[in-house]
Design a protein around this ligand. Sequence first.
Ligand code: ADP
Length: 851
Amino acid sequence: MAAGSAIQIPTQLPLLLTHESVLLPGSTMRTSVDSPRNMQLVRSRLLKGTSLRSTIIGVIPNTSDPTSDCDDLPNLHRIGTAALAVQVVGSNWPKPHYTLLVTGLCRFQILQLLKEKPYPVAEVQQLDRLEQFTNGHKSEEELGELSEQFYKYAVQLVEMLDISVPAVAKFRRLLDNLPREALPDILTSIIRTTNQEKLQILDAVRLEERFKLTIPLLVRQIEGLKLLQKTRKSKQDDDKRVVAIRPNRRISHGSITEDEEEEEDHDDVVMLEKKIRTSSMSEQALKVCLKEIKRLKKMPQSMPEYALTRNYLELMVELPWNKSTKDRLEIRAARIVLDNDHYAMEKLKKRVLEYLAVRQLKNNLKGPILCFVGPPGVGKTSVGRSIAKTLGREFHRIALGGVCDQSDIRGHRRTYVGSMPGRIINGLKTVGVNNPVFLLDEVDKLAKSLQGDPAAALLEVLDPEQNHSFTDHYLNVAFDLSQVLFIATANTTATIPPALLDRMEVIQVPGYTQEEKIEIAHRHLIPKQLEQHGLTPQQIQIPQVTTLGIITRYTREAGVRALDRKLGAICRAVALKVAEGQHKEAKPDRADVGEGEDCKDHITEDAKPESISDTADLALPPEMPILIDFHALKDILGPPMYDMEVSERLNQPGVAIGLAWTPLGGEIMFVEASRMDGEGQLTLTGQLGNVMKESAHLAISWLRSNAKRYQLTNASGSFDLLDNTDIHLHFPAGAVTKDGPSAGVTIVTCLASLFSGRLVCSDVAMTGEITLRGLVLPVGGIKDKVLAAHRAGLKRIIIPQRNEKDLEEIAAHVRQGLTFVLAGCLDEVLNAAFDGGFAAKARLEHLNSKL
Ligand code: ADP
């Protein structure tokens, strides 16, 4: 047998039957073992065997699927590879199986099958007679030539691979060190070949034949690699060409001539440069831009900074450095625009017109910034818009609510990833002119954070001495903001940073009375809503009494925003009806249109003309115009949200109505008191601030010291009001924080009612700070408070005497319906708050007789 061979295999070999792969001598293969025969072989031979011989097995390829043949041994391929089992790994998941690592040694052929079960064993003959080649029995010339050719192809193939990969370098070395006869088998198992081709190589027992068969496979692989490299190269070339454009262009742009510019017009960077040069930016900005574009040209496009620089330059080009709209200011026209757009707000309109008049006379106004302060929905933003309209300027609103980072105003430095300009510069880019009206909305809601104080950044923006050279961090060059007209809005001045407030002229915009709201609704809101919903006055009719119903029962606000929303809801509902009606009108069977007109003038809650729900029930086209009465209101908006609760709540002693001011407008505020047996403690609830708590203590102290005068006693008849008595004072709407001194008079009145057992008049509201001596001091927000009382239907209002001047601001028709009591001391307050007064002497006699 193969006496001269370096490898001697046993004459009897257990056979491993493989289905999918072909093992060739000299290569290693991992194969999964799960058929019963192969499993048996692994268990009884490989796992139990102790000698090296027992690890040598015969691998027979191309067996039919081993899982499908359990009993009969399939036809076996005649030639196999003797192999050394190097590793066995067992696993139970997903079913019991082994993974076997085998290394091919040499070919063999089956002479005779010795046994079939539990695994096949055969008598074999070793086929690789390697000594034949070296001994030179065969035609050496031919073989030498073939092997040389093969070797050349193999080297060519390896050299096409990346030699820096360690496996490739190792393979290159192996090519030289291995005997040439081993190469066909090894290379066949390395290069891309099919199982069928491998099988052919395995069957090629003659070395010469093996070389002949392998060379075409090698050539095929080389050709494939060549093709691959070619396509890769062309792609790289494309990339390189893109990169190469830049350096070339740089050279051509060493000095720019007009001709060259013409030539490269297609190139957008050149276009950008052209735009920069032709834009009217400041000299400083131009210098920076030219420097940046020079850098841009040197940069490969793939660099992240390329996009950053480009964006920067594009912004610089887009900014309106010198572009402005022409002011067309004519005060009379401005007055008309303001009057047409807004009902009421006389004081605000007057001040705005003054401001505009000064602008007209003196072109460059370095005056203060106007700041409209008032509750939401009173038209602050909308007046700002009208100002822009009268001036013929662009309008841009910058919402500052919640801004807590100064880079929101001033931008991020360009070194930051995702850096961008601040809102001012962004706004300028949006409007495209350098003299727009900027409305800085909600300046009172600026916040501070670790990222700096945005209010400080705003100072620079608003200061006419500084803002001609405002420097945004992103731009890094000064931009002139002196032509921009800034208007600010806020709900309260309390939270505007003092330095900012100092630069602004505050104009208070108070809330509206019910009458004003009705007018605003009918003159402005309803026409706007109709237009937005595609309705006409011929389709919907909202009588004034309905509007009043919405104002009193569905909204409780100083402005008209909720009213506007409710009107919107009504319009939507009507739009649906109208659209449905149009659909049904296609096949009308009823033509009694026009009745709605008759009942529109006398709508009461009891009278029930055709309402929106009725038309739905009848499934008939609605009659035009659809009339919105109280029933329709209820259908669309649901049950009323607010009821007139004032009189109901004042039906027992110990309740009084105060007036409070909030950033959302004035509010009426109930104060309730009760007393119980105890040790003289005062309990205060309703989220009160310290000032309000102190007011409560002041009120009690004043009443205790004046108890005898007013004949006020506790439950046991003692003039010491806190003797064996606890007092609880509560301010409803407990979730809302309340503070301020103006509830003083209300607390006194409420406690006086509690201890005297008398009811406070149900139509009286009051406000005023108190002192220990019983004086009433002035308070703020009188106008809003009076409007709130008016809204709530109260008739008499007690205010501090020194607030008399504030009454002038209140519209005459509001004043007409109200009685004002100007109180200088608490005696006057109590006298006005109770029916028949609260005189000390009169009470004394009365109470004496009672006792
Ligand atoms: P604010 O800025 O004060 O919160 P807006 O300016 O946004 O309020 O006003 C809300 C809505 O109310 C706008 O549609 C506005 O046109 C309308 N509005 C407010 N006051 C008036 C008014 N006096 N005349 C006409 N419409 C008004």
